[in-house]
Design a protein around this ligand. Sequence first.
Ligand code: ATP
Ligand code: MG
Length: 410
Amino acid sequence: MIKVWSDGIASGLLDRGRDPLSGRGSVFAYLHDATPHRAVSVTMPVRLQSWDTALGLAPIFEMNLPEGALRERLRLRFAKAAGSFDDFDLLSIVGRSQLGRLRYSGTEDRLDESVPFQSVDEVLYSRGGIELFRSLMDKFATDSGISGVQPKVLIRDEKAYADSDERLSQTFRGATHIVKFWNPDEFPQLAANEYFCLQVARRCGLDLPTYRLAEDGSALVIDRFDLHADGTYCGFEDFCVLNARRTDEKYRGSYETSIMKRFQQFSNSQHVFADMEKLFTLIALNCALRNGDAHLKNFAILYDDVLGEARLAPVYDVITTTAYLPKDGMALTMDGSTHWPTAKKLRAFGEMRIMGAPKKIGQILERIADALSDTADLLRMHARENPAFASVGARMLEEWETGRQQSLGS
Ligand SMILES: Nc1ncnc2c1ncn2[C@@H]1O[C@H](COP(=O)(O)OP(=O)(O)OP(=O)(O)O)[C@@H](O)[C@H]1O
Ligand SMILES: [Mg+2]
């Protein structure tokens, strides 16, 4: 059995399924004294009756489970001792150090989310490459309650916040940054690819956390955006959770319903239309950049109060996937298709879904086109100075040009 904490307070108990026939699901019950503010998700209000899931864990508990390389690393390390290894086992290991406001522990344990110190500067400037990657995976795998297929870890460097306006609490010992690496055989130069795509997003006026590219291009270091200066966390829920989908269903759905309509349903905020405009900008940007990985887990909401207003989370995980997979299409459907939309279709989507005047939608697409041009100059400069990035960089520029012509109409 696992104890579930929300905002540092015990809120309920999670157990494997009771059904002796399948035995594959899970059961979550709130503690009898849990107040409505202890709800683990905007989709799971506090109630007497338990929340039962037929297969695996409820989406909010599954949300931060490692995928890909990190999951495999943990499986190899722990399956030997345990004999078998499922999502419940994985949550018992990484649950104490997670993104968002939920934590998990043994039923008798107290909360301990401390993570060892790791200098961000070392990651950025030591040129440690693959060796540094291996040592960080060894050291931080069990502290890394973070999803995603690409190799990554959560680390703690509270000093890295010293220059920002908001100084982090001295007593804070939890994770502060995400370090993303890449597999050279699969997606070479992925960190630089993401770095420049994020630059475009910033130039479109979207919100982003601080992100930095290691000098040797081996890693991208991103500040957590769900962390307050006093060491408390925001609620964070991705669109798999909002759509009641499992992680392996993250490519199922449409931008119309599973993203735009769902956001409107859960936003509960006076800023809903401003956020929907940002959401449309982000979707259009993904088309222009040819990011075929804009699935349900790559959009999220943030909130301070689970019963209060939710805002669109800052942008993360934006990549030109067609630089590696030329035939890649969209991750979700638009107007029933995963083919990259024409500018006409994208305009119609915007006019319909954010009720934007044609002029306004046109301005958004123009802004994206300008951001692409400005960032393309920086990308070219970086490719000249870093020959290892030159070929991926050149492919990105070609894809951006195609994206601009077909999807922005400029
Ligand atoms: N700056 C951030 N602050 C807090 N949480 C974040 C931040 N960036 C990403 N996340 C969370 O971490 C998860 C993994 O990050 P990301 O999507 O960048 O990894 P990925 O391996 O590239 O994912 P994918 O499997 O989609 O390729 C995201 O789904 C999101 O839940
Ligand atoms: Mg992702």
